[in-house]
Design a protein around this ligand. Structure first.
Ligand SMILES: Nc1nc2c(ncn2[C@@H]2O[C@H](COP(=O)(O)OP(=O)(O)O)[C@@H](O)[C@H]2O)c(=O)[nH]1
Ligand SMILES: [Mg+2]
Length: 464
């Protein structure tokens, strides 16, 4: 995650302030140093880092904390506000008909992002189409077409045409029925004049409402020049940072955003069409500071749960959170989790889980792969209602019978039962959080999630 280091080291420094009501110069100095260190190692531009740390320092020392506020909360608020100022608002993406063109160097993730964004718009109820104008890279047509099939969105490309401007023109006509047009363009290994000329020509035909620059999170200080050049030629209104599921921290992209006065619109978090998130500065920084990204979380939970619930009217997640945890619940959990995306990303968004708690969970708890889920499903189909409700009753002889019935070996059945036990245990821990963190968190989720589908917020959060 972007600035992940900052999150943990800053949390460490801030925790040292616990119990203090006044800050001295040394306290502030230590925190500011921590912030500088992390931002610099994340490739954020040096002068930007200095500006930021100066204002945090000045404000922390000069501003009087409001009555009753601890020193820790006061600093936290200042750091938070300054970081919001640095990162800026999310790019405005209205949910209406529009044309968006993607620009960026080869390999930055444009084609992937165009399919992801189309998927995102389709989930928002709009009809998107992707127009693929890359005639430079062999295989670009097939790649884009396949991703759009996976995203179940309209697609236009022409593998026999080598004029990107012509393809753009034809594409707009062919996808007339779509509401949102996303135009994918070619890149090069480096910025070259002919690339700039080509993209300017496409832009004059397409006349996009928004040009977005797609940047790999791993880009370092080079982001600055790239962003400036694209900005000069077509005008950049928003940035997409891709590959944030990797180890890169994305500081270079932040630099670019600041240089061009644009903003971040989307984050790419993986290779599949669903691995896209709308950039949310507040939530993003909340997560960074270990406060949990409540808004994003509830959005994902809502979406996954409404899909899962639509498939099975009888299943009530709230009942599960209060009562016993059956194998049926587990199946629903796994389905919901798969829809939400990788579990550790989901966990990062839960308040309090971003830090150490996640590490205390057994590795296996995260390891609910699609294949495993499929065998588990086959096994569960061979189990009786009684066994599904009461998995503890499944002894050796029943395992043998289920194995014969499902064609799965006994070991896999034991694994399923073990997985269930593990999840049950975690759920119990969760339940026992009781009146403290847990309820606060559910309240927040309910408030922010808008209560769609009677979901009671966290009900669908999986065993966590
Ligand atoms: N892990 C990960 N890989 C990504 C992401 N976005 C793109 N990629 C991969 O990066 C490579 C280049 O992406 P592509 O969309 O072809 O870039 P383009 O040349 O700009 O169109 C492909 O292998 C993608 O699968 C992301 O968010 N996470
Ligand atoms: Mg491409």
């Amino acid at each position: 995650m972007v600035l992940d280091n900052l999150g943990s080291s800053l949390r460490g420094s801030l925790d040292k302030l616990r119990g203090k009501s006044r800050l001295d110069e040394d306290d502030v100095q230590e925190i500011v140093k921590e912030i500088q260190r992390s931002l610099l190692s994340a490739d954020v531009d040096v002068s930007l880092v200095m500006d930021l740390s100066d204002s945090i320092k000045t404000r922390a020392l000069e501003e009087e904390p409001p009555g009753g506020t601890s020193a820790r909360d006061h600093v936290l608020k200042i750091v938070y506000e300054e970081l919001v100022g640095l990162i800026g608002e999310s790019t405005d993406i209205p949910l209406e008909s529009q044309t968006i063109m993607l620009a960026g160097l080869q390999g930055s993730g444009k084609t992937t992002t165009s399919a992801k964004m189309a998927w995102w718009f389709s989930k928002k109820g709009l009809r998107p189409a992707v127009i693929q104008t890359d005639t430079f890279r062999p295989g670009a047509y097939d790649q884009a077409k396949q991703m759009c099939e996976r995203a179940e969105v309209d697609f236009y490309g022409d593998p026999d045409c080598d004029d990107p401007v012509q393809i753009a023109r034809d594409g707009l006509e062919a996808t007339e029925d779509a509401e949102v047009h996303i135009v994918d363009t070619a890149g090069r290994h480096a910025l070259e004049d002919d690339l700039i000329a080509e993209i300017e020509e496409i832009e004059s035909v397409v006349q996009p409402d928004l040009n977005m620059l797609v940047l790999d999170a791993a880009i370092g200080q080079g982001a600055k020049e790239q962003a400036q050049q694209f900005d000069e030629s077509i005008g950049i209104g928003g940035v997409v940072i891709t590959k944030l599921d990797g180890t890169a921290k994305g500081g270079g992209a932040l630099t670019a955003v600041n240089e061009t006065d644009s903003s971040i619109g989307f984050l790419g978090m993986g290779e599949t069409v669903q691995d896209i998130e709308r950039f949310e500065p507040n939530g993003f920084i909340s997560r960074l500071l270990g406060m949990g990204d409540l808004k994003q979380l509830s959005e994902r939970v809502e979406r996954a749960m409404s899909e899962t619930q639509a498939e099975d009217e009888d299943w009530d997640p709230e009942e599960m959170m209060q009562g016993s945890f059956t194998l049926k619940d587990m199946q629903k959990q796994m389905e919901a989790m798969n829809k939400m995306g990788p579990l550790d990303q989901v966990l990062d968004m839960i308040p309090g889980f971003g830090g150490g708690i996640k590490d205390q969970l057994p590795d296996d708890a995260m390891d609910v792969t699609k294949d495993r889920m499929r065998s588990f499903e086959v096994i569960m189909d061979s189990m009786t209602e009684e066994e599904l409700e009461n998995p503890r009753k499944v002894g050796a002889s029943r395992v043998k019978r289920i194995s014969q019935g499902s064609g799965q070996d006994e070991e896999t059945i034991q694994e399923l039962l073990e997985q269930h036990r593990m999840m049950e245990q975690t759920i119990k821990q969760f339940q026992s959080m009781g009146d403290g963190d847990m309820q606060r968190m559910m309240k927040k989720l309910q408030k922010q999630g808008g209560g769609g589908g009677g979901m009671g917020g966290l009900g669908g959060m999986g065993p966590f």
